[in-house]
Design a protein around this ligand. Sequence first.
Ligand code: ADP
Ligand code: MG
Length: 607
Amino acid sequence: MPRVHVMPDALASQVAAGEVVERPASVVKELVENSLDAGAKELRVESQRGGVALVKVSDDGCGMDREDAVLSLERHATSKLRDKEGLTTITTLGFRGEALPSIASVSRFRLTTCEHGAVAGTEIVVEGGRLRDVHEAGCPPGTTVEVRDLFYNLPARRKFLRSEATEAAHIDYQVRLHALSCPGTRVIYRKEGRVSFDVAATDDRRVRIGDLTGRQNLGKLREVPFLEHPGMAVSGYLLPPDEARKSRRGQYLFLNGRPVEDQVVWRALGEAHRGALVEGRHPGAWLWLEIDPLLVDVNVHPSKREVRFHRPAELRALILEAVEDTLRPERKGSSGLTGKAGSKALPVRSETSAGDGEKPSEAGVETRSRETGSQVSVIGSSGTGALLRDERSAPSEPQTWRAEVQEEFPPEEEETGAPSFRVVGILEDRYLLLEASDGLVLLEGEAARERILYENFLEGAKNGAMDSQGLLVPLLLELEPRDADVVSRNAENFRDSGMEVEPFGGVTIQLRSMPVLLKAADPRSLLLDLVDELVNSAEGRSGRVLAFEKFAGELARVGARGERCRVELAQSLLNELFACDQPYCTPGGRPTLIQLSSSELRRKFGK
Ligand code: ADP
Ligand code: MG
């Protein structure tokens, strides 16, 4: 059995480096955090070959004297934490005193630092954890750390690094992330010798967001106004739900200035968007949380990326309230989703693009339609009068673009908020094909109807005036006991949605009226389908009463089943859809519209 021994310091640092320094981007993170902790007002970050050849971070922060500089390279040397009590009230980004020695143990490392007002600075050279040189150096106030040849002495670690491009992308993300956290600091980032970005200091977070993520976002940002609950507060910005992405890459959370990731917050953010998001999408968000340091433990993750909140339920409530407040005015207002930015383009993301990076085109709709006027004949040929497709045309007809319509909708955006589309045709009775300002849009009839019904039910119930129509002959239905039970539990929900249902002895119920909105549906099958859905829902199984929103969602889904798209009704369907607050998805999160952008079409055709 080998004897237990204490590791030499250099080895201990290398082991610690395994946790702290995962990849070049972690070096960037640690150095940038140190600079920000030092009060930098100007921060320069440089990387070469994905950070493997060089990571260099310079700041104009407080700097260190010679003694501190040497000490900073000792393990567990920190100026930021003195005692156990301090650990519960940490306000700096660092506190473990591990980063510098860890980094220095796995690279060729040079630290140059000078305090403000000092005559001379200090330069320290370390190689693979071995102190090579300490000398006086002339340098501007502040600190510069150069890290070269990362993992040169740990070939196994180096092998695990990904391609330079991937590592560079991680660095890029890290620098942007930190730059977002400190708008008051100018940040200059050079990559492979060229300036990648240089963002000026500002006291406006919006400006920083715009500088880093594209100014086209600025007009779309919605402010989450400062909201305070005991011990915690939040503020920030959101992008509209229709710009939501498949990954969480567009979501940024800063806790007391520290970029972190947190499931409590992200879940609450998603919850607040209920019904407004296509499933699996995440809305762009920049949230700044201020939390009493006593209520949060930042010392639970090696790189402090995750934290632990002591009162997650309160945090969830705070985020929910703040985000719901932000979304609310829009829900009442006009179409909302088409945005205050005034873009007429359809802000739906295309199915096949990964959901990232595609900007809706700003092209003027009318001009474009006029430009493409000559192409119309390719699609249809019989002039504007022939609105109806031939009902008898063989279903197996190879040409599935069955409509012969070139009617253009009047530009109605001001009134309805709807982007203007030109109806191109109907596909399989299910899809409306539309020419948009940027490519082809497919609208799915059932999904659109579901959204329309849902919002109408909610609106009707809110005003206590759901239009309903008595049945000529009330319908008697004998149900299984379990089904009858669900109906009686939800009697109020039925009433609020314009369906009068009464017990009729035993397990028989009587349906006396139907909402006008559903007048086309067969009451019997609709009711039975609805009962099935209710029984199968979580609440149905648990014996609870459904919240009206949920009930209305089920009713809308059942009521929309079998919706057929018809060319002559296309316009009114579009108008109804775009009168909705959230036209782009069903309450359950299915998209109502998908878009194939012009560029995507060209790409698919190999152009
Ligand atoms: P931590 O940040 O956890 O304290 P580090 O190893 O990252 O540990 O840094 C050790 C110490 O070195 C810090 O506590 C700080 O006093 C000093 N230091 C590091 N970087 C800088 C810098 N850029 N400017 C001034 N002081 C620095
Ligand atoms: Mg640090």
